[in-house]
Design a protein around this ligand. Structure first.
Ligand SMILES: *Cc1c(COP(=O)(O)O)cnc(C)c1O
Length: 205
């Protein structure tokens, strides 16, 4: 459900810019979320999915009327296809792990603090795929502290799977850069992002 926070904002922006279509790459959950909000906003939705995506996730997207395009490759290739689609069609808007989504996703951090009466927890443990969630949560806590609503920033702990851990690898080895994992294979398809868009931001968080 956290994906909806960003999707809702992205669809609002697509409508504001007068677009009639949205496109994105997704390993499943974001596709389902954007498909739902696109349907609500009356926008056509095309989702490019890597070949590891399960049937149950595809049917969620289709149930909301989205078109799904299976690419022969991983998430990075699906992302390339989505970007090409949007570049070739000025009527379309690219959704995904881009800055508007991050603004919506920040509400995860705001609400954690809100529900704790504006105190922050010591730790927040976050799964990391593209790194947008962990970065947005970190930013939210930073902003709350910057304006003086909260007094500290929690320690953020990012979690990845063994077969796809470019951010964890960089963090543990003090690399300062992300070395992409090629064609990752894991049952945790939602976080199988071998070359995470917000990898460096996640590392900072
Ligand atoms: C999208 C997703 C993540 C990872 O979020 P990122 O912003 O890509 O790091 C983690 N878990 C689930 C279930 C997801 O759908």
């Amino acid at each position: 459900s956290f994906k909806d926070r960003g999707s809702s904002l992205e669809i609002t922006k697509a409508l504001e810019f007068g677009k009639r279509k949205v496109a994105l790459a997704s390993t499943g959950n974001m596709g389902a979320s954007v498909a739902a909000y696109a349907a609500y906003g009356g926008l056509e939705c095309t989702v490019f999915v890597p070949d590891i995506v399960g049937k149950e996730k595809l049917s969620q997207m289709k149930a909301y009327g989205a078109k799904t395009v299976m690419v022969e490759g991983d998430y990075a290739l699906a992302m390339k296809r989505a970007e090409e689609f949007v570049v070739s069609d000025p009527d379309s808007f690219l959704t995904g792990d881009y800055p508007w989504r991050s603004e919506g996703t920040k509400t995860v951090g705001f609400e954690i603090a809100d529900q704790l009466y504006w105190r922050v927890p010591d730790h927040v443990v976050v799964p990391v795929g593209n790194g947008t969630l962990i970065w947005s949560i970190f930013e939210a806590f930073k902003e709350l502290s910057l304006v003086g609503i909260t007094e500290s920033i929690p320690k953020i702990i990012g979690v990845q799977v063994e077969n796809c851990d470019p951010v964890v690898h960089a963090c543990e080895n003090d690399l300062g850069e992300i070395i992409p994992v090629k064609d990752p294979r894991t049952v945790a398809t939602a976080i199988a992002c071998g070359d995470p868009i917000d990898g460096l931001a996640a590392l900072k968080a």
